[in-house]
Design a protein around this ligand. Structure first.
Ligand code: XIL
Length: 328
């Protein structure tokens, strides 16, 4: 009997985001089906570097230990992001913004410490996450990084990460990645970095998709466009929500048969596309393990259950699972 990881073993790694609860609770399903993991929150700045002179590697060390014991690869997420990074990092003792020089020094120290600790053991890092704006006519997303350092904060982050672990593949990671306007901005960013000789090796497509959006055509165009930059592609945070992003309905207690069928079709179409582009895509990660737990049950509507994965709330395969394992 095939599993996800055996079915796609010659194509790409199959990953799941784990957290400190799910890595133990869902261990059986995890080790049967997946050969890559990403920490959902535990390696983000606020958790791994909670105070000025204190790092907390307890969860990430544990994830690495579980990964190693089970022949699973570890993806690193994430070093430089506007979210989940504490305000003190950008301030001096008096609460004033630090200078560009100081923030670059702090960025370097953070990256050296975190990336250096796992040197040779993390196959890919999301070095910079979500730095491009969704707004038309605005290139970079406003953030403390941009405000204090300037536009080259991204280049610096990649240089520091490469120095700390020359073997890790370094990724820029973003969402709405197949939206044509945002796609062209991301393309321009990566193309420019490559031209400047910055060590960037990959583009991470988060793939927070739903039953209706985005279109297959937009996704395929994005895959082709990004690989024109000469980088490899990872699908980094895949989920297929039952709701359109602006659908705020809260009355659904469980997914209907039609929804499960539509989801199975979507997943089959997506994986056919990934397979068609297997020379470009080297890793496909879901942003969770099964419908038992998903961040989408809190986002964008707080407390509304969602069912975005291939396994149901009892960790059993859904129609989408069978459909994905029926494309070769
Ligand atoms: C999410 C986590 O899943 C949540 O638990 C947390 O509260 C917020 O962050 N893009 C990313 C991920 O790059 O880090 C985010 O993860 C989801 C969107």
């Amino acid at each position: 009997m095939d599993t996800l990881k055996s079915y796609f073993k010659d194509d790409f790694l199959i990953g799941a985001a784990v957290n400190k609860a799910s890595i133990d609770l869902d261990r059986t399903l995890l080790t049967e089906q997946f050969n890559s993991i990403t920490a959902e929150n535990e390696m983000k700045f606020e958790n791994i570097h909670p105070e000025k002179d204190r790092y907390d590697f307890s969860n990430s060390d544990y994830f690495l230990e579980v990964a190693k014991a089970n022949g699973i690869a570890l993806r690193g997420h994430t070093l430089v992001w506007h979210n989940q990074t504490p305000a003190w990092f950008f301030e001096d003792e008096n609460g004033h913004a630090v200078s560009r020089e100081i923030l670059l020094e702090r960025m370097q120290a953070h990256i050296e410490t975190v990336v250096g600790r796992y040197k040779g053991q993390i196959y890919a890092w999301d070095v910079v996450n979500e730095a491009i704006s969704d707004e038309e006519g605005v290139f970079f997303r406003p953030s403390k990084w941009l405000e204090i350092i300037g536009e080259d904060f991204i280049d610096h982050a990649f240089r520091f990460a490469h120095a700390a672990d020359p073997t890790a593949k370094l990724f820029y990671n973003d969402y709405n990645e197949s939206n044509p306007g945002k796609r062209e901005k991301i393309y321009t960013l990566i193309k420019g970095m490559k031209a400047r000789g910055i060590p960037i090796h990959g583009m991470g497509l988060q793939a927070h998709w739903n039953l209706y959006d985005p279109s297959l055509l937009d996704i395929e165009t994005a895959i082709e466009r990004y690989s024109e930059c000469g980088v490899e592609l990872h699908i980094t945070e895949m989920d297929v929500s039952m709701f359109r992003f602006d659908d705020k309905r809260t009355d659904l207690i469980e997914p209907t048969k039609d929804m499960l069928e539509a989801q199975a079709q979507r997943y089959q179409d997506f994986f056919k596309l990934f397979l068609k582009h297997r020379a470009k895509i080297t890793s496909v990660t879901f942003w969770g393990i099964s419908d038992r737990y998903t961040w989408l049950s809190d986002f964008p509507v707080k407390g509304r259950k969602n069912w975005p994965f291939l396994f149901d709330t009892n960790n059993q395969p859904k129609p989408a699972y069978d459909r994905v394992l029926d494309i070769k």
